[in-house]
Ligand binder design. Structure first.
Ligand code: NAD
Length: 513
């Protein structure tokens, strides 16, 4: 495992020790190890429709070509499992029990708490924190505030973090958290109280060597400062800075962290183009780029792609999209967003709907908003030559199949947006060492990580697709279904790489006891 900065080893923890299926209440904290069964649809777990939590160890490959089903599953947790189950078909040597361990989250915590609001009323909020896997190191993952947050969404996002950390080779496991709330209707005081109470209720289920939060949708450096302060109040007298990353610069944040996810998207995209992933497009310079979402990831990606010589022709945020075929002024969009909160009405642009934006003819499309944006019902309309996933889960499995069939490569989230967790890891290392690295050092280390990870994913895809017959034969020898395995896309290749890395460490460590 490659470590940044000075080479120092740090171990992950053991499993929580709770027997499967048991529920433990600790003063308002509910710890659940066997989560409820998510809703199942014709798309979900075709070999195993009744118990989607149990992995279909080697599912029917017919599912891979079934893109025309009328109803598409949009539950991110079911989607994450489908992606996993597709990938494990290409790892026929993995034991079923190990597969089951890798797909299941280690710990799910749901807390409910009251807040006295700024207007004097009392409201109850629900928050979740899921630790998916910590074989390769402590849990790592953002906390989001959004009305659509649910246990299933957080479970999916935590699994994606496990695979992302493995793809980019940082010594963390996967975790994620969220509070069901609408920040647009909350004051800063409300948000601070929600954050403090949520973190207080999580107690020692987060910690610098246990599970380390970071920013995500609708949370930022200010939120991370509150998280740090709350945790520090509860654990005085020691260096608590590494408990959370994405902090403000003058309290242990890393230079380069705010831009890291967008910068990582650019680095991965550049390396993939250098590797010839898109015929006739070998550089970002001169490319026409569309970015959906103008928050931390989208705005930084747009700015950095523009700085790298691309022409950004469309942008969007929750207020809608703005389009100019000759190029949108990204700096002006940033200024407008900073002044008004939104990019609606940006001078020199025409409005464009979200659906039309995704269907614009362009070289590179960067979905950087939320999940399930490119689906079975609109993937045929996509006219981008290359998709770079800034957001988590923007493309559904059915859309993946359509895009793969159409020859449009998708640089998957667990690679393309891994720059954020990579620099979070750098921040954590700096906090442990009481150091602050120069921004150039951070960016140079990020570049190396992103290039290596991109190469590893592309190489894995080539290796699998050049070796399908042998994999098929191994499957037959192990008595697994003998139907023809289709070639893999980049997402499945990234999963195979990540699952292999996590499984190898699990086996090296040995299952305790
Ligand atoms: P953010 O809250 O900073 O920004 C989200 C943006 O999306 C906002 O501009 C919002 O207006 C826009 N948006 C919301 N709904 C939209 C819609 N329907 N159409 C168009 N735009 C819409 O969040 P973020 O941190 O930029 O995260 C965005 C995505 O990137 C999420 O999927 C997140 O999980 C993922 N991600 C974030 C990071 C990080 O470091 N922040 C790292 C990896 C992945």
């Amino acid at each position: 495992m490659e470590l940044a900065g000075e080479e120092h080893e740090q171990g992950g923890g053991r499993a929580s020790g709770y027997p499967p299926g048991e529920r433990h209440d600790r003063g308002g904290v509910h710890v659940l190890r066997a989560p409820p069964t998510p809703r199942s649809t014709p798309h979900a777990q075709p070999d195993n429709p009744s118990t989607p939590m149990t992995p279909a160890p080697q599912p029917d490959t017919a599912a891979l070509t079934d893109a025309a089903a009328p109803q598409e599953e949009l539950n991110p947790f079911v989607i994450a499992q489908e992606q996993f189950n597709t990938a494990v078909q290409y790892l026929p040597d993995l034991e079923t029990g190990l597969i089951e361990f890798l797909i299941r989250p280690e710990r799910i915590i749901t807390v409910e708490f009251p807040i006295k609001m700024s207007d004097g009323t009392y409201q109850n909020f629900v928050g979740h924190r899921v630790l998916h896997n910590r074989v390769r190191g402590p849990g790592k993952g953002g906390i989001r505030y959004h009305p659509d947050v649910s246990a299933d969404e957080v479970r999916a996002l935590s699994a994606w973090m496990t695979w992302k950390c493995a793809v980019v080779d940082v010594p963390f496991g996967g975790a994620k958290g969220g509070v069901e709330c609408d920040p647009s209707k909350l004051t800063e005081d409300d948000l601070r109280r929600i954050t403090r109470r949520f973190i207080a209720q999580l107690g020692d289920n987060i910690g610098p060597y246990v599970d380390i939060p970071a920013p995500d949708v609708n949370t930022n450096a200010r939120t991370m400062a509150w998280i740090y302060d709350t945790y520090d109040m509860m654990h005085p007298g020691r260096n608590n800075l590494p408990v959370v990353t994405g902090k403000p610069l003058d309290m242990g944040g890393s230079l380069g962290r705010p831009e890291a996810t967008g910068r990582g998207c650019l680095f991965a995209c550049q390396q993939a183009l250098r590797r010839g992933l898109v015929e006739g497009l070998d550089s970002v310079a001169g490319a026409r780029v569309v970015v959906q979402g103008f928050g931390n990831v989208g705005a930084n990606a747009a700015r950095l792609f523009e700085e790298a010589g691309a022409t950004v022709i469309a942008l969007s945020d929750i207020s809608g999209g703005v389009y100019n075929p000759d190029g949108v002024d990204v700096q002006a969009a940033l200024a407008l967003r900073d002044a008004t909160g939104f990019i609606e009405g940006l001078a020199g642009t025409e409005p464009i709907s979200n659906e039309d934006l995704l269907a614009l003819e362009c070289d590179i499309l960067v979905p950087a908003a939320l999940e399930n944006q490119i689906r079975a019902d609109n993937a045929e309309r996509v006219r981008a030559r290359f998709i770079v996933e800034g957001a988590n889960g923007p493309t559904t499995p059915a859309a993946d199949r359509i895009l793969f069939g159409r020859g449009i490569p998708v640089l998957p989230d667990i690679l393309a947006n891994a720059g954020g967790v990579t620099v979070s890891y750098f921040e954590w290392v700096q906090n442990n060492e009481n150091e602050q690295w120069e921004e150039e050092v951070v960016n140079a280390k990020l570049l190396r990580k992103m290039n290596r990870a991109t190469d590893a994913v592309i190489d894995t895809q080539h290796r699998i697709n050049g070796d399908l017959e042998r994999i098929q034969q191994l499957r037959s020898e192990r008595g697994l279904n003998g139907r023809e395995l289709p070639p893999v896309d980049l997402r499945t290749a990234a999963y195979v790489l990540a699952i292999r890395r996590v499984a190898d460490v699990a086996l090296q460590r040995g299952i305790w006891p």
